[in-house]
Design a binder for this molecule. Structure first.
Ligand code: TXA
Ligand code: MG
Length: 415
């Protein structure tokens, strides 16, 4: 705007601004209904006072205002930039403004997690259902909310590579190299666990999954909290992982105390999991947001053990995982003359299937980018699943980059 750039989700002091312009020291907050679930909308006075004392100027908009009057919002920002603050046109009171909603704000999430509650948090891969990893009651609550079997261990999220030594007894050189290269990022390392991590978190296994996620809000949370966060993906067990706060709200909104809204997940696929057993070569247990090529460029050849088992090493390997309710099939598996085309949807890579109505189709990346396709995959699966179709068709993605991870999710959804 007017030559100034505004950055999204910037950590400022101990808070995170929705939009921030460094040159102007202006913070733009869009806080309100979409951030909220059911409680009372409370403006964080302390936060405002502190930021103002540090010389920042804060312009706050309620979500509803932005939706109802985008023109005035633009004008208000421009007026401020032009130094004519007096002329600011007051925004009309917004319709549908809920006095009975509360912003799901950062400080509230910190408070609830400290109290041992479960909070949904954004990461760059998918949203997580987080609780204090060192508090058994809090961790038990995660399993209960997700309806997840206790044999399926949780990933522990930490703020920095330096924390590995607190929770793992051994940090092999190759694991260290991967962590140094890809953290924060979509990589989980399975390392021999220290006693600090409760057995409940690792389902009794002598290994713990550790990851530094790459999302400014969650990194900030992890830095402030004196404990790591255990967090599985924030979906009911067996269903597609959520990539927006709204996905979490739709499925678990009545069960979690808070959802911290950090926007749409950048990567859109869960982390790649690499297992390190002492003196053995690394093994990939789950394909994910970090490609095999990237891993092998860093540490050389790795083994793959991602086939599904009845007793998997990593229960993400279970067959019926990431499922949609609507049956999903590869287009080459079916006779297209025998289907009801009006009730068939499709997930296509870059161009629609010509024999199906376009409105039932999701094109993941018209530019043929596998990264973009991964980013859009789970939202596409959810949207098609909500259309009450009989069948969803898809195709095989290419076998480089994030293609194998996308194929893995689609194959498991096919069950
Ligand atoms: O990207 C991600 O990894 C997301 C975000 C929230 O960080 N988390 C995630 O968690 O996908 P979840 O619980 O949905 O999947 C974690 C997978 C499970 O299949 C689990 O079995 C495996 O990681 N896992 C966790 N700890 C393990 C361990 N100690 N040994 C073997 N597998 C482990
Ligand atoms: Mg999951």
């Amino acid at each position: 705007m007017l030559g100034f750039s505004f950055l999204r989700q910037r950590p400022i002091d101990k808070y995170v601004a929705d939009f921030y312009c460094k040159d102007l020291k202006i913070i733009i907050e869009v806080d309100d209904y979409s951030h909220s679930i059911k409680e009372i909308y409370v403006k964080d006075i302390e936060r405002e006072k502190r930021l103002i004392a540090l010389g920042y100027y804060i312009l706050t908009f309620k979500d509803q205002e932005v939706m109802n009057d985008i023109y005035n919002v633009g004008l208000r920002i421009e007026n401020w930039i032009n130094g004519t603050r007096e002329k600011i046109i007051p925004l009309p009171p917004s319709k549908g403004d809920k006095a009975s909603t509360e912003i799901l704000q950062f400080s509230k999430a910190t408070q609830l997690l400290t109290e041992g509650k479960v909070v949904a948090i954004p990461t760059e891969t998918v949203y997580g259902l987080a609780a204090n990893a060192l508090n058994k009651e809090a961790v038990t609550e995660i399993f209960a909310i997700k309806n997840r079997p206790f044999f399926d261990p949780l990933i522990v999220h930490i703020s920095d590579i330096k924390e590995v030594e607190k929770y793992a007894t051994h940090f092999p050189e190759k694991a260290k190299k991967l962590a140094n290269t890809f953290w924060p990022g979509p990589l989980t390392l399975i390392l021999p666990k220290s006693k600090t991590i409760p057995d409940l978190v690792t389902s009794g296994l002598p290994f713990v999954g550790l990851r530094v996620p790459n999302h400014p809000l969650t990194l900030q949370l992890l830095k402030e909290l004196p404990f790591p966060l255990a967090a599985p993906s924030a979906n009911p067990f067996g269903y597609v992982s959520p990539t927006t706060a709204k996905h979490v709200e739709e499925q678990l909104g009545d069960k979690v105390s808070y959802i911290l809204d950090g926007g749409q997940c950048e990567v859109g696929l869960e982390s790649t999991i690499v297992m390190f057993e002492e003196d053995k070569n690394p093994v990939i247990l789950r394909l994910g947001g970090l490609s095999i090529e990237a891993i092998e460029d860093c540490v050389g050849k790795v083994a793959l053990n991602i086939a599904s088992h009845s007793k998997p090493n990593s229960p993400g390997q279970l067959d019926k995982h990431y499922a949609t309710r609507t049956p999903l099939k590869l287009v080459k598996e079916i006779d297209i003359t025998a289907i009801d085309k009006s009730r068939t949807g499709a997930i296509a890579f870059y161009k629609p299937f010509d024999f199906l109505p376009i409105e039932n189709q999701k094109i993941l990346s018209p530019n043929k980018s596998l990264t973009e396709a991964a980013h859009n995959l789970f939202a596409a699966m959810r949207e098609l699943d909500s259309l009450n179709l009989e069948l969803i068709l898809t195709e095989n993605f290419q076998s480089n980059g994030l293609g194998p991870a996308i194929n893995d999710r689609l194959n498991r959804a096919r069950g």
